[in-house]
Design a protein around this ligand. Structure first.
Ligand code: NAI
Ligand code: MG
Length: 363
């Protein structure tokens, strides 16, 4: 089978990290007959430099036609003063919007070898494996009205509006329940129904979706502030957490910091299943940015990018065994003591981006 991937390495450390995935794909093709077909496009500052847009129409078409998009990172001081509409981030926002990527998956996994260097006690995080499913295209970041009004008396008013419709809550909770079935079969939904109407609807629709189609999954509800507390107190109580755009933004960053460096954290963004093929549009990217402070030095941690590719194998191509194996390879090189600079600790063996890639590929 042909598996079509669009690679968008982007700026800064994006290309350095993506290069490790490219080598991995070559090995999967040559040694395992995986049939990946890759195309490479430009996004962010590098696209702006080439043609004045943060992503070209041609690359947008490739993204929409691909089975999955692998995205590196965009941005950097070089493009701080380019016009707002063509700033590097605009390329990523355009991809999310045109591909209708409404479900953002942020795993927080604590590799045993790194448990000791977490910001929490090792016993709290060791073996941690949770997945936050954040609604990405609705809520207060997008709702109307959204404006600053001049009240005329020296006062201004800033307005953002939280809006959620039934179908948006149904589809995001559907993703969460489906993912839970492939994991520990548990979903915790977080909102604030005590103070928000959208929270009342959220809870109602998640419960109705559960009852109609997913009653085999264990569902619990938590107020989002209490959820934040529980995430820090005893995160292992959770399997899948489903929440809205704003709470998901914050809760996923909190969960991320339970597990260590930005250089370790992958993500996936999924769209709705195609009516004919049932395939979801999908984009996979590390959580980190372009890290201009270390770009070009060969020291970036490629694990976030490689783990994002593992998510791609799992969710876009149903290559579960391969994804498991790749994630296991990451855990093993960490057990062996290999560390990039960002996760280096005493007595460990510091390696660069490529050597880390080599070691994971060898495993
Ligand atoms: P950043 O994630 O690029 O870097 C924050 C810190 O973490 C830096 O000290 C960096 O060296 C370190 N770091 C990040 N990834 C690493 C890795 N893989 N290995 C080792 N160290 C790593 O965030 P920052 O500095 O706030 O933003 C830099 C640029 O990236 C900005 O232009 C920003 O707009 C952009 N950005 C892009 C994102 C994206 O493409 N999705 C997301 C976040 C920021
Ligand atoms: Mg955030």
């Amino acid at each position: 089978a042909t598996r079509k991937l669009l690679l968008l390495p982007g700026d800064g450390i994006g290309p350095e990290a993506m290069a490790q995935v490219t080598r991995l794909i070559d090995v999967l093709n040559s040694d395992f007959n995986a049939g990946f077909e890759t195309q490479t496009g430009l996004v962010g500052g590098s696209a702006y430099d080439a043609h004045g847009q943060s992503i070209s129409e041609e690359d947008m078409k490739l993204a929409l036609a691909a089975d999955a998009v692998l995205f590196g990172a965009v941005g950097g001081p070089k493009w701080d003063s380019v016009p707002y509409e063509v700033r590097p981030e605009a390329g990523l926002l355009r991809l999310r919007k045109d591909m209708e990527l409404f479900a953002n998956l942020r795993p927080a996994i604590c590799y045993p070898a790194l448990a000791a260097s977490s910001s929490l006690k090792p016993e709290v995080v060791e073996g941690l494996d949770i997945l936050i499913v954040r609604e990405l295209t609705g809520g207060v970041y997008f709702g109307d009205p959204k404006e600053i009004i001049d009240l005329g008396n020296g006062q201004k008013r800033g307005i953002d509006t939280q809006v959620y419709d039934t179908f948006e809550i149904e589809r995001i909770s559907g993703v969460a329940f489906e993912l839970a079935r492939t994991r520990q079969n548990k979903v915790c939904s977080m909102e604030k129904h005590n103070v928000m109407k959208s929270g009342v609807l959220w809870k109602e629709v998640v419960s109705a979706t559960h009852k109609a189609k997913y009653s085999d999954v264990e569902l619990t509800h938590m107020l989002a502030d209490a959820g934040g507390m529980q995430l820090v107190r005893w995160p292992k109580q959770f399997d899948v957490i489903v929440t809205d755009n704003l709470f998901g933004d914050m809760l996923s960053d909190v969960a991320a910091m339970l597990t260590g460096s930005l250089g370790m954290l992958p993500s996936a963004s999924l769209g709705a299943p195609d009516g004919v093929t049932g395939k979801r549009k999908a984009l996979y990217e590390p959580v980190h940015g372009s890290a201009p402070d270390i770009a070009g030095q060969g020291v970036a941690n490629p694990i976030a990018m490689i783990a994002s590719f593992a998510m791609c194998l799992r969710y876009s191509f149903n290559m579960i065994e391969e994804a498991d194996r790749l994630e296991k390879a990451i855990a093993e090189v960490l057990n062996d003591g290999l560390r990039t600079k960002d996760i280096m600790s005493e007595g460990m063996n510091e390696v660069g981006t490529e050597a880390m890639g080599d070691a994971i590929i060898a495993k």
